[in-house]
Design a protein around this ligand. Structure first.
Ligand code: NAP
Length: 256
């Protein structure tokens, strides 16, 4: 039986690093990205370099009908044993400057697409001898942040949803993990934005390193994967008011 791992947001950044790390383990991949991101070229590279099957699917996951189409296609053709919900967006903006489409995009991609993917793909995952769901949250899940507002709230949803689902599925063969990474050197705009703040610079990590730690711990069936123990510990246990004030200040600086 040929089994596959599906990775969203796979054409760049952390998603690309996950795809490589998973293919290195001789696992077949279904890579999902937005259209026109050269995903087919990356798929061919994966096939050639790691000798696994790699299939690409281009779609905009912020549209729920597209998410349903993707899941129907996967369920009709593939045995899925790993689902990596990596696609996610955020940013810093004054709420009064944010267009409704900006807010909708974050919610649709980070919250709705992830939840619908899991809901629709779960029957497939449940029939495998062993399966993993892996959700990418953020350190931002641990505190509200002014000038980011919607993004940390969406990541807090993912953190809570993942841990709740892990409990619900604990007597099944599907294991649910979540990671809360800090800032990573993924795309130029994000690095430039985060590099403006001292906190961002201090916590910045390479996505390849993060992906390596995550995939190792995923197979160890860790429910909460920690990639930066010092910042994770500090941010989880600093009093909420102080964290929110510090990080709101950082986000405000990113605006200028
Ligand atoms: N970078 C960080 O500092 C950081 C920190 C904490 C958490 N995270 C989380 O880690 C994950 C990956 O972040 P990243 O920095 O590597 O990503 P990124 O460079 O900011 O790009 C956004 C990701 O989301 C995907 N995406 C965006 N809009 C989409 C849409 N409408 N439909 C489908 N996919 C869409 C993109 O995939 P394609 O381009 O392949 O289509 C890309 O993988 C995200 O969930 C992010 O929230 C990132």
């Amino acid at each position: 039986m040929k089994q596959y791992a599906l990775i969203t947001g796979a054409s760049q950044g952390l998603g690309k690093a996950f795809a490589i790390e998973i293919a290195k383990k001789k696992i077949n991949t279904i890579l999902v990205s937005l259209p026109n991101e050269d995903l087919s070229v990356f798929c061919e590279e994966i096939k050639e370099m790691y000798g696994v099957d790699s299939i690409c699917f281009e779609t905009d996951l912020s549209i729920v009908e597209n998410v349903i189409d993707l899941t129907e296609w996967v369920n009709s053709q593939f045995e899925l044993f790993i689902l990596v919900n990596n696609a996610g967006i955020g940013g810093s903006k004054k709420i009064t400057d944010a267009k409704l489409s900006y807010i909708e995009n974050i919610l649709q991609l980070n919250v709705v697409a992830t939840t619908v993917l899991i809901h629709q793909l779960l029957p497939n995952l449940l029939r495998q001898p062993k399966a993993h769901i892996f959700n990418i949250s953020s350190l931002a899940a641990f505190f509200p942040i002014g000038f980011k507002t919607v993004y940390p709230a969406s990541k807090a949803f993912l953190d809570s949803f993942s841990q709740g689902l892990n409990q619900e599925l604990r007597r099944t063969r599907v294991f649910v993990s979540v990671v809360n990474p800090g800032p990573m050197r993924t795309n130029g705009e994000l690095v430039e934005r985060t590099n403006k703040g001292f906190v961002g610079k201090l916590l910045m990590k390479d996505p390849e390193k993060v992906a390596k730690i995550c995939i190792k711990n995923l197979f160890k069936r860790k429910a909460v994967i920690v990639v930066n123990p010092v910042s994770w510990f500090l941010l989880k246990f600093i009093p909420p008011k102080i964290k929110t004030a510090i990080m709101t200040n950082v986000a405000q600086h990113e605006l200028t």
